[in-house]
Design a binder for this molecule. Structure first.
Ligand code: IFM
Length: 446
């Protein structure tokens, strides 16, 4: 063994409410945009949905035990806003509050630190009906929801993230329509970007006013962008892509400004104090990272909605190693991304809130020998260690994901879990990577 991590490094797994909970209308839960979107014919591969997902709502004790068996020290999960506030605002649903309260207690009893994400894409449908993120009121409703969470769980949970991957849910939800709510409207998109940033700032403020000991931040999915050739068009396209994917959230939150080229799109939505509210201190950055993005300028790429990318699309080179998502395996990009945060964003505390890979894991003789996933983890974790050695303040690593689950528009086909789930019987079977993770935790390295 030669890769050792710092003492007290957190080792955990991440999940998201809609992808695992199921129980989509149990115990007073309201409808979310993902309930509506998945129930719309043709939106999801094989018309699958998260109505049952992997039934974590009813099986959370079994799932916590699986984490505890390998001594995970952290678990990152998101709350379904509609369990707590079925209509997004107003009356609180006590059964929803109780569910997460019991989950938190179960984690703490098993020495697992809970990390909450407030919003992993499942906006209450009632709020969407009122304009969703393109309506400024939604930012205030989010702050109200955040304060309810701080009041109810802040005594037991101190790490809370406002959003998961705002670039993903705004671009795919409002520009190309690939995800809920499924629109393609650039004005809505620009407004939504600003209101999500504002909601982040208002959410921090609201939670801090209730409990000053909370550690608060946002989870961003950042990806170094590289041109796929020396062609000036590709180089220009790469800058644009980087702006949309990485900077329009990172810069307002961590530097208090919008990139110049985007400012004109949001100027009309900005009020005086907004950028100060958005850029108040974050206690950490949550980094989700999977791969780098190669950008090729493609004038034939005519989908109007892709205008937000400046008609650029990610481009995979040939002869590179890909996972089942067609994502490139590039551990150096992970190192570079972490170091960019260290060097250009003031050496922040970093939690690695998601990283992982999908493969078509098959049970053979009762076992799932997912050695490619183990190799992936070894490579990516070596990159993390190198960044720590080079001064990055990385405090923990959450694998995506604990168990196979609903992968959004792709349905159930892409398996990312350490634990295999039979989607018919819902039986959980640990993969070989689960045992690799067990040893990793035991040795604090590999
Ligand atoms: O499943 C998603 C997760 O919800 C957000 N980050 C990326 C994962 C894999 O696509």
């Amino acid at each position: 063994m030669n890769i050792l991590f710092p003492k007290n490094f957190l080792w955990g797994a991440a999940t998201a409410s809609y992808q695992i909970e199921g129980a989509f209308k149990s115990d007073g839960k309201g409808e979310s945009i993902w309930d509506r979107f998945t129930h719309t014919e043709g939106k999801i591969k094989n018309n699958e949905n998260g109505d049952i997902a992997v039934d974590h709502y009813n099986r959370y004790k079994e799932d916590v035990k699986l984490m505890s068996d390998i001594k995970m020290s952290a678990y990152r999960f998101s709350l379904a806003w509609t369990r707590i506030l079925p209509e997004g605002k107003g009356t609180i649903n006590q059964k929803g509050i109780d569910f997460y309260s019991q989950l938190i207690d179960e984690l703490l009893e098993n020495n697992i630190k809970p990390l909450i994400t407030l919003y992993h894409w499942d906006l209450p449908q009632k709020i969407q009906d009122n304009g969703g993120w393109s309506n400024r009121d939604t930012s205030n409703m989010f702050a109200e929801y955040a304060s309810i969470v701080a009041k109810n769980y802040g005594d037991r949970v101190n790490l809370i993230s406002t959003f998961n991957e705002p670039a993903v849910f705004t671009i795919h939800g409002l520009v190309d329509g690939y995800m809920a709510p499924g629109y393609a409207d650039l004005d809505h998109f620009s407004a939504a970007v600003h209101h999500v940033n504002l909601a982040h700032g208002l959410g921090l403020k609201a939670m801090r006013s209730i409990n000053n000991n909370l550690e608060l931040g946002c989870v961003l999915n950042l990806s170094p962008c590289i041109p796929c050739s020396d062609d000036p068009a590709d180089i220009k396209g790469t800058k644009l892509y980087d702006m949309y994917w990485n900077r329009i959230f990172l810069d307002p939150m961590y530097k208090g400004l919008y990139p110049n080229n985007f400012y004109k799109n949001v100027e009309r939505y900005l009020k005086d104090a907004d950028l100060n509210i958005i850029s108040q201190k974050n206690d950490y950055i949550g980094l989700n990272h999977y791969q780098h993005t190669r950008v090729k300028s493609d004038p034939d790429y005519l989908l109007k909605a892709r205008g937000a990318y400046g008609n650029e699309k990610p481009f995979n080179m040939e002869n590179v190693e890909l996972t089942l998502m067609n994502w490139e395996i590039v551990p150096e990009a992970y190192y570079n991304q972490i170091m960019e945060l260290k060097n250009k964003y003031d050496n922040p505390v970093i939690y690695l809130t998601e990283n992982g890979c999908a493969y078509p894991d098959i049970i053979e003789n009762g076992k799932i020998n997912d050695f490619k996933r183990i190799e992936f983890y070894k490579k990516y974790l070596s990159a993390v260690k190198k960044s720590i050695d080079d001064g990055a303040d990385v405090r923990g690593y959450m694998t995506w994901t604990l168990m196979d689950n609903f992968e959004w528009a792709l349905g159930f086909e892409k398996r990312f879990g350490l634990i295999h789930v039979d989607f018919e019987t819902l039986k959980r079977t640990p993969k070989e990577s689960y045992y690799f993770y067990e040893n990793l935790i035991k040795n604090n390295g590999f």
